[in-house]
Design a binder for this molecule. Structure first.
Ligand SMILES: Cc1cc2nc3c(=O)[nH]c(=O)nc-3n(C[C@H](O)[C@H](O)[C@H](O)COP(=O)(O)OP(=O)(O)OC[C@H]3O[C@@H](n4cnc5c(N)ncnc54)[C@H](O)[C@@H]3O)c2cc1C
Ligand SMILES: NC(=O)c1ccc[n+]([C@@H]2O[C@H](COP(=O)([O-])OP(=O)(O)OC[C@H]3O[C@@H](n4cnc5c(N)ncnc54)[C@H](O)[C@@H]3O)[C@@H](O)[C@H]2O)c1
Length: 485
């Protein structure tokens, strides 16, 4: 049976660069004969971060592995193709003054290269087969892969579900089907810069796109149903981040329910209700950034006896086993925090299980940091000051505005002195409970703070450490010397 093998050979030639094509080791016929004998030690559904890491490790140890990916444009998964990497590339281009068209082109070239590298990394392992087609369970051990009229059935001793998440499109009249409405996936590659952009949702995706498009020159309005953006953060941190966005020209319509979209000669008209009144804005494009839901549609989880949660995520235990002990789920599809590095850590837990060690579980995963890539970025880990006080800690706060940190000339060298650094410390034990860093290099600094928290390094030790100069980390010498209770 010929499943997509020629299809992905063609895709290689069209979209991958020359070294990547040459690195593909085996001919289509060899892959096909491999695939025809369709029992595998491990079947991974979805080419995401966790699944591909596991597939490569198992394949290199000699196990027969199939990785099923529904789209040849998604080898490597969401992050390198339509998520973290293209958005951060566009943000970097916007920050360094590139035009939008040039930025889209550079970003497309980058993602094409990464897609090729991802494909070749798995395809060059002899015992790993990449099958390009949509997967659906037939039963608990059997998965059907379909691509056009082609069908292939594979079986696996172990199966890992790694299908990720997809955008939620709220049920607002006029939204679905409008050519002016985009998800992050298609807005990344759109070549025409919208003059007026409405962003529906002020979460991670919404804030990053708002910041980026404002820097490219769009008039951006963020609409959210909640009374404030970044509502989980401390008020002073959220206010500082909001001010950065307002300075970039972003407008906010908060506590608003969008009730309909109407196409007009001037553009898409969004009517919204706020308090007792109704108002509207007219824009050229709308980005729907209202959250992402686990991608389980059409997977046939019921046929496999795999249970899901009320929210539609694949239900897993602390070792990421589903209700079927030989089926695991990793990454966004299992619910919880949606970050690439969580999917990667999921793969470590599953690898640990498959090796029979049982030393890891999701319960030991303390302090997951995250970064919102506005300009400058906002990075966070652990408790906010508000949470720490609510939980009854004797709280000490060390905080400074970046502009006031004398011993951090890096910010002044770069001309980016906006933001603040804030540490929340347990006054009794000197342990760091949390940090919010709205600062140049915050996406790097937060990893040092997280490591300190995980290993019980005290705030005093972090303050008195030797750091290179000029760097952003040396700000810790000064910020951690300031304190209030
Ligand atoms: C715009 C945007 C920006 C982001 N920025 C960041 C960031 O800066 N940092 C960060 O850590 N995270 C970021 N994220 C989140 C991050 O991309 C995800 O958490 C991560 O990619 C999830 O990986 P995963 O392993 O769950 O699966 P994914 O990488 O989502 O892979 C799932 C794969 O499964 C395939 N698939 C789905 N159904 C089937 C099926 N039935 N058969 C076969 N294949 C199937 C899909 O095509 C996809 O390739 C961002 C997300 C978005 C949307
Ligand atoms: N830098 C990063 O690490 C990064 C970047 C982008 C995305 N991500 C991941 O992707 C996930 C999804 O991002 P997201 O921004 O789509 O979701 P999100 O959950 O972060 O935010 C969704 C926002 O949409 C709002 N919303 C929902 N329905 C609405 C409606 N009908 N009208 C107005 N507002 C509405 C919510 O109030 C919320 O503020 C994030 O949770 C994050 O884990 C991470």
């Amino acid at each position: 049976m010929r499943l997509n093998v020629r299809a992905y050979s063609r895709v290689n030639v069209r979209t991958f660069d020359r070294p990547a094509i040459e690195a593909v080791q085996h001919s289509p016929e060899e892959v096909m004969s491999n695939v025809d004998n369709a029992h595998f030690d491990l079947v991974v559904i979805g080419f995401g971060r966790g699944g591909k890491t596991l597939a490569a490790a198992m394949g290199r140890s000699g196990k027969r592995v199939a990785v099923i990916e529904r789209s040849a444009q998604m080898y490597g998964g969401t992050c390198p193709n339509v998520g973290c990497v293209p958005t951060k590339s566009l943000i970097h281009q916007a920050e360094t003054g590139a035009g939008h068209g040039e930025a889209v082109e550079k970003t497309r070239n980058l993602t094409t290269k990464l897609r090729g590298v991802n494909f070749v990394t798995l395809d060059s392992i002899n015992s790993v087969s990449v099958l390009t087609g949509r997967a659906a369970f037939v039963d608990a051990k059997t998965v059907e892969v379909s691509a056009g009229d082609d069908r292939l059935t594979v079986t696996g001793d172990t199966i890992v579900i790694n299908t990720g998440a997809e955008p939620v499109v709220p049920d607002i009249p006029g939204l679905a089907g409008s050519s002016r409405v985009h998800t992050s996936t298609d807005l990344i590659g759109r070549e025409n810069l919208p003059r007026r952009l409405a962003v529906l949702g002020g979460g991670h995706v919404g804030i990053e796109f708002a910041s980026m498009f404002a820097q490219f020159g769009s008039e951006v309005t963020v609409l959210d149903q909640t009374p404030r953006i970044l509502g989980r953060e401390d008020d002073d941190v959220a206010a500082a981040a909001e001010q950065v966005l307002v300075d970039a020209g972003v407008q906010f319509v908060l506590d608003a329910q969008v009730i309909r979209l109407t196409e007009t000669d001037e553009g898409a008209k969004l009517d919204y209700r706020r308090g007792d009144g109704e108002d509207s804005i007219v824009v050229d494009a709308v980005l729907v950034a209202a959250g992402r839901k686990p991608a389980t549609e059409g997977l046939g989880l019921d046929r496999a006896g795999v249970a899901t949660t009320a929210g539609g995520a694949v239900e897993v235990d602390d070792h990421l086993r589903t209700s079927q002990p030989h089926i695991f789920a990793v990454g966004d599809v299992k619910g919880g925090p949606q970050f690439t590095y969580v999917s990667l850590d999921d793969s470590r837990i599953v690898a640990d299980q498959l090796a029979g060690r049982r030393t890891r579980s999701t319960a030991d995963r303390a302090h997951i940091p995250y970064t919102l890539f506005l300009t400058p970025p906002l990075a966070r880990v652990g408790l906010t000051e508000r949470d720490a006080r609510e939980q009854g800690y004797a709280v000490k706060v060390s905080q400074k505005a970046v502009a006031d940190i004398v011993s951090m000339p890096k910010a002044k060298i770069l001309g980016e002195t906006r933001g603040l650094m804030k540490f929340v410390i347990d006054a009794e034990t000197d342990q760091i409970l949390g940090a919010a860093l709205l600062s140049v290099d915050a996406q790097e600094l937060i990893n040092t703070v997280t490591l300190a928290m995980r290993h019980g390094v005290t705030a005093t030790d972090l303050r008195d450490a030797i750091y290179t100069h000029p760097s952003s980390t040396e700000a810790f010498n000064e910020v951690l010397s300031a304190s209030r209770s």
